[in-house]
Design a protein around this ligand. Structure first.
Ligand code: TXA
Ligand code: MG
Length: 337
């Protein structure tokens, strides 16, 4: 049975935290909020506990997990040698939505965390609840997003419950997450560093601190037959109905809606607010910053829409992260007249 406990900014929340800490110390998994999405955590040095994460999510075991820490100083326990650019990035963006891939120390973290790789992704989250939990536990926490594998990441406790009810003992409910898209994953084991997953810390922000950074586009990622971030090769964020990308142009979208309707299809439209006036059967805005995207994708599953249209975004700033998730949700498909 899955229990949901609340933490809020007024209460002392003592009981909620100690429940979570006890479960984690006992080798259990716990879902908790971060500033990006909800994570499903286990103590990162306990292999049996970490395996429970893969089991609860239905996650392929070759997809490594991010390790979360509560203070910057702890990093030296897990990382062999901290590159100078990584230091600068931690100073600039931690705590915050940036995961840095570095060479892992041997035999410290549970083998399932790194899925056999010699590197590990480290992140210090900025969400108050995540930080409290990590600092009380005083141990590193391996945590992927707290959704069933393939589903959109959870931005609310109810999303976690929908996906993992009965599979995990506890959800720490801290309300809606902030950014709503997962952290930027940056590999600093190569030069120049490569963005393996775009997120809230943008290419432009990274370059402001360490100079040139490579951000492969969708086409380049597809050409790379051995993806560097193993997770990127799997189906992601997929609602039940097929998603098609479409140009962000009201006339084009209007024509598409008309055509689909004439063919007898109910259509859900995922787009910025200004597309609201168009006559889609369902309209879900994904937010200027993409913060409502996963909520929107999940909402589609509660409708009888047969087709989902999603408008293209720019690939500048956080647009790169939004477009990346849309591409994946669509499996790269574009609407064709
Ligand atoms: O915002 C986030 O990052 C959330 C919250 C909970 O912190 N976590 C998250 O974890 O999104 P997950 O497991 O859903 O995504 C981690 C991504 C995957 O694409 C994985 O393949 C990649 O990071 N990754 C993890 N370790 C890696 C490594 N050593 N080398 C390359 N890619 C790695
Ligand atoms: Mg995930």
């Amino acid at each position: 049975e899955t229990v949901r406990v609340l933490v809020d900014s007024d209460g002392d929340n003592e009981e909620s935290y100690s429940q979570a800490v006890d479960l984690l110390n006992n080798g259990e998994v716990v879902a908790f909020p971060t500033e990006t999405v909800y994570g499903l955590g286990a103590v990162a040095t306990n292999d049996l506990a970490v395996k429970k994460i893969f089991e609860a999510k239905g996650r392929p075991s070759d997809n490594p997990l991010i390790v979360h820490i509560g203070t910057i100083e702890e990093i030296t326990n897990y990382i062999e040698e901290i590159p100078e650019n990584a230091r600068k990035l931690m100073d600039a963006f931690w705590p915050g939505p940036l995961t840095i891939i570095m060479k892992a120390k041997k035999d410290v973290l549970a083998p399932s965390v790194t899925a056999g790789l010699s590197t590990v992704g480290m992140r210090m989250p900025s969400h108050g609840v995540a930080l409290q939990l990590l600092r009380r536990l005083k141990k590193p926490v391996a945590a992927p997003s707290a959704n069933r594998s393939g589903k959109p990441s959870p931005t609310k406790a109810i999303h976690v419950e929908e996906d993992l009810r009965g599979r995990i003992p506890l959800i720490v409910d801290g309300g809606v997450t902030g950014i709503g898209l997962e952290s930027t994953v940056l590999d600093v084991t190569v030069n120049p560093p490569v963005i393996l997953r775009p997120g809230g810390v943008t290419k432009e922000m990274l370059e402001g601190v360490i100079g040139q950074v490579i951000q492969p586009n969708h086409e380049q990622q597809k050409l790379d037959s051995t993806p560097k971030a193993p997770g990127m090769k799997y189906t992601h964020y997929a609602p039940n109905a097929p998603v098609y990308l479409i140009e962000s142009n009201k006339d084009v979208v209007e024509k598409a809606l008309l055509k689909l309707k004439n063919e007898g299809n109910k259509v859900a439209l995922l787009a910025p607010d200004q597309f609201k006036e168009l006559k889609a059967d369902y309209f879900f805005p994904f937010g200027e910053e993409g913060d409502k995207l996963y909520d929107a994708l999940r909402a589609c599953d509660k409708t009888d829409a047969a087709i989902i249209l999603a408008t293209e975004t720019t690939t500048e700033g956080v647009g790169a992260a939004i477009m990346n998730r849309l591409q994946k949700a669509a499996g790269g498909k574009w609407f064709n007249f």
